[in-house]
Design a protein around this ligand. Structure first.
Ligand SMILES: C[S@@+](CC[C@H](N)C(=O)[O-])C[C@H]1O[C@@H](n2cnc3c(N)ncnc32)[C@H](O)[C@@H]1O
Length: 287
């Protein structure tokens, strides 16, 4: 297993943890996660036992608690996991420090989530396969896995060198640092300058849809749907790397295609591709 991705992501979030909630205070996790959960139900999700992988400070599992889920969670960063424990709502023993490529959990989960571009911190296809294998092991037979990845549009708008923006509420400044042209599969970098001269350095890989689909299949998961997402957590039926900020994947255990409820899904949650969304101000890691 490659370990190259962990040290950078670990250090980035150990430093960012104290201000993460303020840095992301404009994100509407409640509406976003509730929408994703409803779509997952239309793809066969039943039951309310959830595992939130890469939970950060708990913003991605808080809406699941509101929806009545019994939640377990993990994150690579001890500082982020500690914030999640302090947020309350989940037995602190259920929030563990773990790399998503080596999950210690046992048992079957109805819903496994991994939200807000955590997957992009996995830098090699083998890392994706390792992470997805753990999910395949932990999903119940009708369980659904929901995760998102940053699109090329997001990397070009936020990770390219010379892109900067302020987050005054967190006393922080974002700086894109990718000098090479950003194409499919690019390695992208950015830094967040924090008060007191501390820097949270982020290294992410853009994962093309074909790479993600291949890794899911290698891990024993079947891709049920790939949706595009634009700012505000608005979901679109046709994922488009150039116009959407994120791609959202729904997957389930492979092998029992009779469970492919997704084939017939029509939902008001998803915008049909009549009008392309206009990205007014692309923002990184913003649901
Ligand atoms: C942008 S934050 C998202 C946190 C949370 N899911 C949310 O929506 O607010 C990305 C998280 O991924 C975690 N992470 C990065 N690489 C990881 C890995 N290999 N295993 C587990 N967590 C990881 C980071 O520590 C960080 O908390």
């Amino acid at each position: 297993m490659s370990t190259s991705s962990s040290p950078a992501a670990l250090l980035a979030y150990e430093r960012l943890a104290p201000v993460y909630d303020r840095f992301t205070d404009s994100y509407d996790h409640d509406g976003w996660v509730a929408r994703l959960e409803r779509i997952a139900r239309q793809h066969g999700l039943s039951g309310r036992r959830a595992l939130d992988v890469a939970c950060g400070t708990g913003k991605s599992f808080a809406p699941l608690l509101e929806l009545g889920y019994d939640v377990w969670a993990c994150d690579l960063s001890p500082a982020m996991a500690e914030q999640a424990r302090r947020a309350g709502g989940v037995d602190p023993d259920r929030i563990v420090v773990a790399d998503m490529r080596e999950l210690p959990h046992e048992g079957a989960f109805d819903l496994v989530t991994c939200l807000d571009d955590a997957i992009n911190y996995l830098l090699e296809p083998d890392d994706l396969v390792a992470a997805f294998r753990n999910v395949a092991r932990l999903l119940s037979p009708t369980g659904v896995y929901v995760f998102d990845t940053n699109s090329l549009s997001t990397y070009r708008a936020a990770f390219a060198a010379r892109v900067t923006f302020e987050r005054p509420q967190a006393d922080a400044r974002w700086r894109g640092e990718t000098r090479a042209p950003i194409g499919p599969g690019a390695l992208c970098e950015a830094s967040i300058e924090l008060a007191g001269s501390s820097v949270s350095h982020h290294v992410q890989r853009h994962h093309p849809e074909s790479t993600v689909r291949k890794a899911l299949a290698s891990a024993g998961l079947a891709c049920r749907a790939v949706l595009g997402q634009s700012t505000g957590g608005v979901l679109h039926e046709d994922a488009d790397e150039d116009t959407h900020t994120k791609l959202v994947y729904l997957a389930a255990r492979a092998g029992d295609e009779s469970l492919d409820f997704g084939k017939e899904v029509t939902t008001m949650e998803i915008v049909r591709p009549i009008v392309r969304p206009r990205i007014v101000r692309p923002s990184i890691v913003r649901p």
